[in-house]
Design a protein around this ligand. Structure first.
Ligand code: N01
Length: 508
């Protein structure tokens, strides 16, 4: 695939729409968003598609995460592609391997794997006006008319800044880099973190390990996960009763958004209902008042992402499990030393410490118009226009970009709506012979101003906690309105917010 690129090769050739040819579209990442984009673009008649995937398999989050207990806290019939409902989901909340198998099955059915280059990370994207020059980790260079980054949010593991982290003499790994080759049976295990990931791991491994130390920095609010195994009769009905799957999907979406989105976005009654439910769950699950006190957050429910997990509290009360709330002082070769000078000796140390959520497509170097670097554009905090496009980066789209709808809802649903918006923009380029599209600076600024004004009313901002939703400026980097509004915006893009140019722009 090594191509030597001459500037003349793509100067006039850049205006794909004016020339009536197919646009060459690069999609970066083969997770749910990237695969959805491949399917939907092809369906719309765009066939010159190349997907670059840095790993050896497709799957994104569901490939990278394979820790014990992995499941999705969004109901299965909502956490699926709208165009590929699955009557065969075995549980109300699917387990990781089943979700990954579903994704593979869909990719096979729509024959998109042929468009995917595996083991092919993209290191550099450079806008040459009106096309993009893409460089892979192998040094190959290709030219594309349009680029869609589908690189995800919770991708790059965050390693905690704890003194001596790498001095531990035993085995240590991050939850998103699970060592399937190591059995935890009979071992002394420690886990740092008590977020969604840690809760699932603790519930799954507590019965297997000799001893488990759970290192909690901040307690999180939890609610039960109302898991249910679907019967064969139910699955038969889903397959054959017209409209049933769609009705369930719509109901689940309404339920998730009514419950969590409203509670987060200023509906005080709903927030109180969620708060009461979490408090009641804790009270019912943890009878010991001393342990319960240590597990009670001092901030509002829905400030951090709500955790739905039924086996965490029971696991913490097993004889072989200890909740450690003393601050971690340092990691030493024997294990974890806490502020009370006690060394908790371990064979294995698990880091369920979350992700570097401000990276998005970075560290891929993205250079837009006039040499503008995306890393520089994001210097204060990552921002986007409608979580999808960026002024100064024409013909470039990012699915699940900054300030997206990242609460307790289906990211598949959100990315499908974004793909619909991208397609509407490309269709317009095609109809009007447009070579360049980018959001106008003033539209981007007005949108971000409105967001900053309203995000301050959400419990992410007012709930009194720190969370991965907050960016370096302390502002929640997340959509401040109900998801329904975002979906409507994506389905009815306001083209006046974009600059459409028919001629190639000058090269910097
Ligand atoms: O990561 P997190 P996660 N010393 O950032 C602690 C999705 N997800 O992987 O709370 C000590 O939430 C940190 O402590 P604190 C979902 O969107 C979904 O669990 O900051 N502790 C926290 O406890 C979720 O929100 C599903 O004080 C340190 C933990 O590590 C997102 O992924 C399942 C520390 C990190 O929690 C991320 O979840 C799993 C330090 N230096 C994940 N640094 C489902 O669908 C960090 N911590 C079910």
């Amino acid at each position: 695939m090594n191509m030597s690129v001459a500037r003349e090769h793509f100067e006039p050739a850049g205006a794909w729409a004016a020339q009536g040819r197919q646009p060459r579209i690069a999609i970066i990442g083969a997770g749910f968003s990237g695969i959805g984009a491949l399917i939907k673009l092809r369906k719309q008649g765009y066939t010159d598609l190349t997907c670059f995937e840095k790993a050896e398999k497709i799957g994104g989050t569901w490939r990278d995460n394979h820790y014990p207990g992995l499941s999705c806290d969004v109901p299965s019939h909502f956490y699926s592609y709208s165009f590929e409902p699955n009557p065969d989901w075995t549980h109300r909340f699917s387990y990781g391997p089943e979700i990954w198998a579903y994704m593979n099955k869909v990719a096979d059915k729509y024959e998109v794997k042929r468009d995917i280059h595996l083991n092919c990370g993209v290191t550099d994207l450079k806008y040459l006006g009106p096309q993009w020059q893409l460089t892979t980790e192998h040094g190959d260079v290709e030219i594309f008319d349009l680029v869609i980054a589908a690189t995800g949010v919770l991708v790059n593991p965050a390693y905690p800044a704890i003194k001596g982290l790498y001095s531990f003499a035993g085995l240590q790994w991050h939850s998103a880099r699970w060592r399937d080759d190591v059995s935890l049976q009979g071992k002394r295990v420690g886990i740092i973190g008590t977020g969604s990931t840690a809760c699932q791991i603790v519930g799954a491994i507590a019965g297997e390990v000799a001893h488990l130390d759970v290192f909690q920095r901040t307690p999180h609010w939890l609610n039960a996960m109302p898991q249910k195994k679907y019967s064969a009769t139910w699955r038969f009905m889903l397959r054959w009763v017209p409209g049933l799957q769609l009705a369930i999907r719509n109901f689940m979406r309404w339920l998730m958004e009514y419950t969590f989105a409203r509670a987060t976005l200023g509906d005080e009654k709903q927030q109180q209902r969620v708060q009461d439910a979490c408090e009641a769950f804790l009270q019912e699950q943890v009878p010991d008042p001393e342990l319960r006190a240590r597990l009670t957050p001092d901030y509002k429910a829905t400030c951090k992402r709500m955790i739905m997990c039924s086996d965490y509290y029971p696991a913490l009360q097993q004889d072989n499990v200890a909740l450690i709330t003393d601050r971690i002082a340092e990691i030493v070769p024997e294990g974890v030393k806490t502020a009370d000078d006690k060394v908790h000796e371990l064979d294995v140390l698990l880091l369920a410490t979350g992700f570097k959520v401000s990276d998005f497509i970075l560290p891929t170097r993205v250079t837009g118009e006039n040499g503008l670097e995306l890393a520089e554009f994001w210097r204060d905090a990552p921002r986007a226009h409608r979580a999808l496009t960026f002024p100064g980066f024409p013909n470039f789209f990012m699915l699940e970009g900054p300030t997206g709808v990242f609460g307790n809802t289906s990211l598949i649903d959100i990315s499908e709506h974004q793909i619909a918006c991208v397609i509407a923009i490309i269709d317009r380029m095609k109809q009007e012979g447009v070579a360049v599209v980018a959001p106008k600076q003033e539209a981007y600024e007005a949108y971000n101003r409105a967001m900053s004004r309203d995000i301050g009313k959400s419990t992410w901002a007012t709930g009194g906690c720190d969370s991965w939703y907050l960016d370096a400026t302390g502002t929640p980097n997340i959509y401040p309105w109900l998801p329904q509004r975002y979906r409507e915006d994506m389905l009815n893009p306001d083209f006046s917010e974009y600059r459409f140019e028919q001629l190639p722009v000058a090269v910097s």
